[in-house]
Write a protein that binds this ligand. Structure first.
Ligand code: SAH
Ligand code: SF4
Length: 351
């Protein structure tokens, strides 16, 4: 395999025109050779927008008083799970604002356990519920969750503190430690960054890619930063790369990572589709192989606006499933139903 150095990666992240297209085409070829043209689905449940954190970029941050806070009822969660089964989605992803009280952590364990039971272990479960203690991560794993997504947001500590408050709750080293614990507990661990953040350079992004490689992650979820008017980082909205540039950078990041880590799972983030109508297709053509169609009951979606103008907020799950199938067929990709779609990189490492 080619060895990619920071300098190579910086060059690739700066390509334009025909060289850019070559990069994207190479990534697609590497994906097809290693894991094929298959797309796996994670039905997304945005469980709750109650959050103890105050990240400077996020619409769900605790200081934002403009949204009403919700948490799904148990029945609503089980309805989402049943819907996922009906639609043939092989896995669920439960995402939530971060809470670390026992009521919350026990509830997640119970929901995971019950979903596994009622689906007869047919649904795989990815959790994305922030930083927790080792005990809690262990409890959730034992309840049946086997994948965890926790974005590092940026691997550069200095930048981390420009996009988070500097306090005990937002701690870069703790976030790193959480990723280590998750790996130790044998979760398939995913991380990721936002692309096009204020103060972020191409050098930083190259370091992010090397960080993923060094951590030997099983999956990645990364996407463009989208400024939200009710957050402190909104003031930089004109100081960040344009929509077009952020999209291109995102696609270059995906393509480079596919070259670096041919067999990991890579999400085509919904944030891509917020920037461009066919943003997820573009991500798939740059190397992504996972899509997360939203299953959250429509009445709550307006309150889970991590970033503004999120795509598909009004779509019903059935429409969404149908739409995705067509979209993937158009770009010669095949959606796989009723399978977990584990990270091949992870599976091979286990053997
Ligand atoms: N609370 C959990 C999971 C929900 S937030 C956590 O923080 O890990 C999920 C992701 O949304 C975050 O990791 C962040 O990368 C992304 N996000 C938040 N605000 C965003 C914005 N303005 N633009 C793009 N992505 C954003
Ligand atoms: Fe909370 Fe996650 Fe948003 Fe941070 S990014 S404010 S932890 S929901």
């Amino acid at each position: 395999m080619i060895q990619y150095t920071k300098d190579n990666l910086i060059k690739l992240l700066k390509t334009q025109g025909s060289e850019y297209q070559t990069l994207i085409d190479n990534a697609l070829a590497v994906k097809k050779n290693n894991i094929g043209n298959k797309i796996y689905l994670r039905g997304l449940i945005e469980y709750s927008n109650c959050c103890r954190k105050n990240c400077l970029y996020c619409g769900v941050r605790s200081n934002n008083t403009k949204i009403s806070r919700y948490t799904l009822t148990d029945d609503e969660v089980y309805e989402c799970a049943d819907l996922a089964m009906q639609l043939g989605y092989g896995s669920l992803a439960i995402q939530s604002g971060e809470r670390n009280d026992k009521t919350f952590t026990d509830k997640i364990a119970e929901l995971v356990y019950q979903i596994k039971k009622r689906s007869d272990n047919q649904l795989g479960i990815t959790l994305s519920c922030g930083e927790q203690t080792e005990e809690v991560y262990k409890q959730w794993y034992e309840a049946g969750a086997h994948r965890y997504l926790l974005r590092i947001e940026t691997s550069k500590e200095e930048l981390y503190y420009k996009i988070h408050p500097r306090d005990k709750v937002h701690n870069f080293q703790m976030r790193l430690e959480s990723l280590n614990i998750l790996q130790r507990l044998n979760y398939q661990v995913g991380t990721g960054v936002m692309i096009g953040l204020p103060f972020q350079t191409v050098e930083d992004l190259a370091d992010d890619l090397l960080f993923f490689k060094q951590l030997d992650i099983a999956m990645v979820g990364m996407g463009p930063f989208i400024p939200h008017p009710d957050t402190p980082l909104w003031i930089y909205k004109d100081a960040i790369p344009s929509v077009e540039m952020r999209m291109q950078l995102t696609l270059k990041m995906l393509a480079c990572l596919r070259l670096l880590m041919p067999k990991i799972n890579m999400v085509a983030a919904t944030a891509n589709q917020t920037l461009y109508e066919d943003g997820r297709e573009q991500a798939v053509l740059a190397g992504a192989n996972i899509i997360m169609p939203n299953l959250t009951p429509n009445k709550y979606r307006e309150d889970y606006l991590i970033y503004p103008d999120k795509a598909c907020v009004g779509d019903k799950p059935m429409q969404c499933s149908f739409c995705l199938k067509g979209r993937m067929m158009n770009i010669k990709h095949e959606i796989v139903y009723n399978q977990w779609g584990d990270s091949q990189a992870f599976t091979e490492k286990q053997q």
